[in-house]
Design a protein around this ligand. Structure first.
Ligand code: NDP
Length: 330
């Protein structure tokens, strides 16, 4: 097959990972069992790191970037998938060790594919993307821990105006929890209130080094920021509460003490989306299908062409993206 299509590739230039558009043919794709025609991908913080070169996400080069994709099966050597099936992939090493979603066609292993959940279009699935599916993993984990109650004490969401934060607010509010948003952008308050946040915290108040045990305030939290923010959130979490930690937008360190854990029984729940087992993924997508408001999803996401990826990647790493960006790969 000699038809060419565009892909955003990370290549080695003088020992540095550099992103650029390349024309590929299907023959150049990896020899995995399922060929998918990709309709949409998306922009996550990790994609921003990969495309700007600010983070070494790709562990081998050249690499097609994009940790998410949604599309239609074109050919399959696996009994599990037939041409015409609508599928999504989140993570599984895409853009790290496996070629990813910034390409009109991609070949993938059958076990990486999730059937497009009923009620969502391919575009909806990428409006959610890894960020939104991770928000659902966080909400499921907090509920499993049993620390948060609908109508009960506040649940905090940090990095609120970002992709994980926006989706977490919408999901938590839809489930009846009282949600407070920690953001550094006051201009997003109306947007966040529209998603269901009823309280606001200036993220600067969580950024400095605080005491090991602070005034108890949160039944639980979804944290996509890490570093001193996560340390302060843990120190402010109520007796028996839990914090679902998934991100490092503020730093990958954790300058904290054991005090909230050993004196208040606070749990730190680690959330990974990349290698999460299929059953946990299916449950997260079911949570999204049941509770994510379609009008909220429309206000969270916008669609951009693949040509804009370099500029958008700089914006997400710079904290300038609100909500989610869907990438039209066609
Ligand atoms: P976004 O860039 O969309 O959102 C991050 C938000 O964090 C920003 O919108 C901003 O919120 C806040 N923020 C940015 N920089 C800082 C800073 N220096 N200090 C404090 N807050 C800051 O990213 P995503 O929502 O896509 O991802 C969020 C994080 O979660 C990333 O670190 C990402 O790598 C991680 N992640 C992890 C996953 C996993 O599997 N564990 C999966 C998906 C994401 P505001 O403007 O409201 O203050």
């Amino acid at each position: 097959m000699t038809e060419t299509f565009r892909a955003l590739m990370i290549e080695d230039r003088d020992g540095k990972p550099v992103a650029g558009f390349r024309d590929l043919t299907r023959d150049a794709l990896p020899d995995h069992e399922v060929l998918v025609e990709v309709a949409y991908s998306t922009l996550n913080y990790k994609d921003g790191l990969a495309v700007t070169g600010k983070g070494r996400i790709a562990r081998r080069l050249p690499m097609v970037a994009g940790i998410d994709l949604a599309g239609t099966v074109v050919e399959s050597r696996s009994d599990r998938w037939q041409p015409g099936d609508k599928v999504i992939v989140n993570g599984w090493g895409l853009s790290e060790t496996e070629w990813g979603g910034y390409s009109r066609f991609q070949r993938l292993k059958p076990e990486w594919l999730t059937r497009l959940p009923e009620g969502f279009s391919l575009q909806d699935a990428m409006a959610i993307g890894t960020a939104g599916y991770t928000a659902a993993l966080c909400v499921d984990a907090l509920e499993d821990w049993g620390a948060i109650q609908p109508g009960g004490p506040e649940v905090l969401v940090t990095g609120a105006a970002g992709g994980v934060g926006s989706t977490a607010i919408s999901l938590l509010a839809a489930k009846g929890y009282t949600v407070t948003a920690a953001t550094g952008r006051p201009e997003t308050h109306d947007y966040l209130a529209g998603l269901g946040a009823t309280g606001f915290v200036d993220r600067a108040t969580l950024a400095g080094k605080g005491g090991p045990l602070q005034k108890e305030r949160w039944a639980g939290a979804v944290d996509s920021v890490g570093s001193t923010t996560l340390a302060n959130v843990l120190a402010q979490t109520n007796y028996g509460g839990a914090v679902a930690a998934c991100g490092l937008a503020g730093g990958f360190d954790l300058p904290a003490t054991v005090m909230p854990h050993i004196l208040r029984g606070v749990a730190l729940l680690g959330i990974d989306s990349v290698m999460a087992p299929q059953a946990r993924r299916d449950r997260a997508w079911a949570t999204l299908a049941a509770h994510l408001d379609k009008a909220h999803l429309a206000s969270i996401a916008r669609v951009e062409p693949m040509s804009q990826l370099p500029a958008l990647a700089a914006d997400i790493v710079g904290g300038r993206i609100r909500g989610r960006v869907v990438i039209d790969v066609a």
